[in-house]
Design a protein around this ligand. Structure first.
Ligand code: TYM
Length: 332
């Protein structure tokens, strides 16, 4: 399949698993906002992915609305297509078909599954194992060209391409092949408490100092950054250790600067200077988002109407692709 005319289609999504962190923002959402006018975008709230690990139902409902409000508060324009994955049944329907063409071995190699299932592999859900098939369905349903994500999703997009190619080879051109769009800056933000580990929602559960959340009040942000792990050096040196490097990466991403510029700014400065500059930059970026978030949340009914309306508009597009695949494999 060739992509259609017009602006290239972008598809991406985030799980409504509670509190978006700075890694999600710098690795994904901020780039969606910056580039939104260049593409024909679809931004998804992937609630079906979220239930692959246990969720409290009321919290999931709240987190879904909260994430939609965060998309808008971060600067996604209201005319962009933003919807909830479970509102379009073609997603799990296509995922099932894809699962039947994805060898177990491909799924077993997924690092996200290995990390998330951990030592509980036997007890983790079949949904967690099949997770990448649903993600492939999300992307392929809309003839997506580009998928803007952080570095940790690269492997899932490779799998998406592999299964798409497999069906294309076997049944003729059914799918457009998507590409990951991963930025040089901010694609892998590390934990503040442990810069060897990627910043993630699950690690923040055990240690609140691990991640900065988009809705953290300024004093909490400042405290977390002040306590971020550095090393025993008295001041910033290059090459910097992992903790200092992570703070510099946050700073250069949020202030749109390259490495030489931040090296010049911070070389030989005490860590306290670096940390307060990072804290100021993060607070400055997040404060307006938090203000808009509160305004948007004042009208949850309107927000839900928007999400449902967009799903109504997208459903025929998704169904057209689903029917093409169903026909190709002999289901219709
Ligand atoms: P999720 O919800 O875990 O993360 C959302 C986005 O944030 C990025 N990200 C990071 N970027 C930089 N540093 C970090 N520490 C960091 N942690 C997370 C992720 O790369 C992602 O872009 N499987 C996806 C959701 C998904 C999806 C899709 C994405 C479902 N269907 C279709 C794109 C297209 C996920 O769990 O993201």
């Amino acid at each position: 399949m060739q992509p259609g005319p017009g602006k290239p289609r972008v598809f991406s999504g985030i799980q409504p698993s509670g509190g978006l962190h700075l890694g999600n923002y710098l690795g994904a959402l901020r780039n969606w906002v910056r580039d939104q006018d260049k593409y024909d975008n679809i931004f998804c709230i992937v609630d079906l992915h979220t239930i692959t690990v246990p969720q409290d139902p009321a919290a999931l409902r709240e987190n879904t609305l909260s994430l939609a409000a965060i998309y808008l508060a971060s600067g996604i324009k209201t005319e962009q297509a933003m919807f909830v994955q479970s509102h379009i049944p073609a997603h799990p329907e296509l995922a099932w078909i894809l699962e039947c063409f994805i060898p177990m071995g491909w799924l077993e190699r997924m690092t996200q599954f290995k990390e998330k299932s951990g030592r509980e592999r036997e007890r983790s859900s079949a949904g967690l194992f099949a997770y990448p098939a649903l993600m492939a369905a999300d992307i392929l349903l809309y003839d997506t060209r580009y998928v803007p994500v952080g570095e940790d999703q690269r492997q899932h997009i490779e799998l998406t391409r592999d299964v798409a190619q497999r069906l294309n080879q076997r049944f003729g051109e059914v799918f457009v092949l998507p590409e990951a769009m991963i930025q040089a800056a901010g694609a892998r933000i590390m934990g503040l408490d442990d810069p060897e580990k990627k910043m993630s929602k699950s690690l923040a559960g055990d240690n609140p100092g691990h991640a900065i959340f988009l809705l953290d009040p300024p004093d909490v942000i400042r405290k977390k950054i002040a306590r971020a792990q550095t090393d025993a050096q008295p001041a910033v040196q290059f090459p910097a250790g992992t903790g200092v490097r992570n703070l510099l990466e946050i700073y250069r991403t949020i202030t749109d600067q390259d490495w030489p510029a931040v090296e010049r700014e911070f070389a030989a400065k005490p860590y306290s200077v670096l940390k307060s500059a990072v804290a100021d930059a993060v607070v400055e970026a997040l404060t307006p988002i938090q203000e808009r978030y509160r305004e948007i949340r004042a009208d949850d009914a309107g927000l839900m109407r928007q999400l449902r309306g967009t799903a109504d508009r997208l459903r025929p597009i998704a169904n057209t692709t689903l029917q093409r695949v169903q026909h190709a494999v002999g289901l219709r």
